[in-house]
Design a protein around this ligand. Structure first.
Ligand code: CTP
Length: 400
C-alpha cells in the first residue's frame, strides 16, 4: 500500500522512541522507503545502529556533518520525502517547529521543508497539558500539520494521563489513510466498461470482436491508483480482474447495459468496451445445423442498446462521460460525430486500423473534447491510461 512512498521519520527524544523501531518495520513491510533523522535526544533512547539496521538506510544525526551534507544535504533530505513523520514528537521539537527555530538537523530540515508533516506527540501529561504546548499545537494545526495522538494511559514516569505516543499500528493506519485520502480521485466512483461483448446465435456460437480489454483494464487500474473506487464491467477477456476494482463479468450488450445502470450513481464513466452493435433477433435454443439444400445462411440481426448514449442521457448521468471511437478511417470526423451523437463529454479516438491496436500493448489516441482536441504520442496502454487519468484529474480540479 505504501509502495514507493518516501517517508522521512524524525525520532526525537523520549522513551517512546523505542516504539519507533517497530514503526520503521511496519512502514517498511508496507512498502515504504524510510529514511531517519535521529535527534540528539532520540539517540539517548535508541541507537543510530538499530535505526539504520531496521530502515536499511544511513541515519542522519548531525547538521554539521560534512560527509552527510555533501552526500545528501538537509534541504534535499526534506524535499525528497512524500511525508515527514515525527515519532515521537517531543514538546521541545513541537516548540521549535511552532517558533521556526533551526537549531539542529531535525528542526532545520523541518524549517527548510515544503513537504506534508505528521507528528505523533509523546510527553509527560503535564507537559502536554501546559498552555505553552497547547498553544504550539494550535499553531501547528493552523499550519496543516497532522497530529496523531497522543493517547491516554500509564506513562513511563509513573504518572497517568494523556501523553503516550500512539501505538505503531495506529500510526501506520494514519499514514496509510493520509496517502489514500490525498489521492486526487479519492471519493470518486468510476464505472469502466471493457472488453468485447459476445452475442449468442445458438448455444455454441456467438458474434464477437477482437477486443482484448487491455485498454479498459489499464484505465480501471490507473483510476484505482489515483484513489477512485472503480466498478469494472467486462465482457469475456483473458485478463484477471484489476486489483481493487469491483468487477462484474458480462457476456452480452444487454447485460452490460443493465449492470452499468445498476452501478450508478457515478462521477466518471469510461465506456471502453467494444460493444457489439448487433445481436441475433432469435437465439436458437439448439445448435444450428447446416442444411444440405442451402449454400448460404441468412441471419437477422437487431440493434443492441447503446450503453454510452444511454448513460450520457440518463437522469443519473455521471458528471464526466467518456466514450471511445474505434475507427479504421476518417478518425477526426467520425470521432467528432460520435461526440455529438452519443452526447458524452469526451471521445477518445483511436485508429484501430493502424498499429494493430486490438490485442496489442500499444495505443495511439486523440482526445476529443467539446471545444478542443489533443493528440497523444503512441505509447503502451498503461501509459495511455495514466494520460487519460491525468486528464480526468485535471477536469475535476477545474470543476471544484
Ligand atoms: N458503445 C456502447 N454501446 C454500443 C456501441 C458502442 O456503449 N452498443 C460505446 C463504445 O463503448 C464506445 C463508443 O460507444 O465508447 C463508440 O463505439 P464504436 O464501436 O466506435 O462506435 P459505434 O457506436 O458502434 O458506431 P460504429 O460502429 O458505427 O462506428
Amino acid at each position: 500500500m505504501l509502495t514507493g512512498k518516501k517517508i522521512l521519520l524524525i525520532i526525537s527524544g523520549g522513551i517512546a522512541a523505542y516504539k519507533s523501531l517497530a514503526l520503521i518495520r511496519l512502514l517498511k513491510k508496507s512498502g515504504a522507503d524510510v529514511r531517519c533523522i535521529l535527534t540528539n535526544g532520540g539517540s539517548q533512547f535508541v541507537t543510530p545502529l538499530s535505526v539504520a539496521a531496521l530502515s536499511e538506510e544511513h541515519v542522519f544525526t548531525d547538521l554539521w556533518s560534512l560527509k552527510d551534507e555533501s552526500e545528501m544535504g538537509h534541504i534535499r533530505l526534506s524535499r525528497e520525502a512524500d511525508l515527514i513523520l515525527i515519532a515521537p514528537a517531543s514538546a521541545n521539537l513541537m516548540a521549535q517547529m511552532a517558533h521556526g527555530l533551526a537549531e539542529d538537523l531535525a528542526s532545520t530540515t523541518l524549517l527548510a521543508s515544503n513537504r506534508p508533516i505528521m507528528i505523533c506527540p509523546a510527553m509527560n501529561p503535564m507537559m502536554w497539558a501546559h498552555k505553552a504546548t497547547q498553544d504550539n499545537l494550535q499553531t501547528l494545526i493552523k499550519r496543516d500539520v497532522t497530529i496523531i495522538g497522543p493517547a491516554d494511559g500509564d506513562m513511563a514516569c509513573g504518572e497517568f494521563g494523556t501523553g503516550r505516543m500512539s501505538e505503531p499500528e495506529d500510526i501506520l493506519s494514519a499514514v496509510k489513510n493520509y496517502f489514500e485520502s490525498n489521492k486526487p480521485l479519492a471519493g470518486k466512483h468510476a464505472i469502466v466498461t471493457s472488453g468485447p461483448t459476445f452475442e449468442p446465435l445458438d448455444p455454441v456460437r456467438f458474434i464477437g470482436n477482437r477486443s482484448s480489454g487491455k485498454q479498459g483494464h489499464a484505465i480501471a487500474t490507473a483510476l484505482i491508483d489515483m484513489g477512485a473506487s472503480v466498478t469494472y464491467i467486462t465482457g469475456p477477456t483473458a485478463l484477471p480482474a484489476p486489483l481493487g476494482a469491483k468487477t462484474v463479468h458480462v457476456e452480452t450488450a444487454k447485460e452490460m447495459l443493465s449492470v452499468t445502470q445498476d452501478a450508478l450513481p457515478a462521477d466518471i464513466c469510461v465506456c471502453a468496451a467494444a460493444v457489439s452493435d448487433w445481436r441475433s433477433d432469435a437465439i436458437a435454443t439448439q445448435k444450428l445445423k447446416k442444411t444440405k439444400s442451402e449454400d448460404s445462411l441468412t441471419l437477422t440481426l437487431v440493434k443492441n442498446p447503446d450503453i454510452l448514449h444511454t448513460l450520457s442521457t440518463h437522469k443519473n448521468r455521471p458528471t464526466l462521460v467518456i466514450g471511445f471511437a474505434a475507427e479504421t478511417q476518417n478518425l477526426d470526423d467520425n470521432a467528432k460525430a460520435k461526440l455529438s451523437s452519443k452526447q458524452c463529454d469526451w471521445i477518445i479516438g483511436n485508429n484501430v486500423g493502424e498499429n494493430n491496436v486490438f490485442g496489442s500493448d500499444q495505443n495511439k489516441i486523440t482526445l476529443f473534447k467539446r471545444d478542443n482536441q489533443k493528440e497523444f504520442e503512441i505509447a503502451d496502454k498503461t501509459t495511455i491510461a495514466r494520460d487519460i487519468a491525468d486528464e480526468i484529474i485535471h477536469y475535476f480540479k477545474i470543476q471544484k
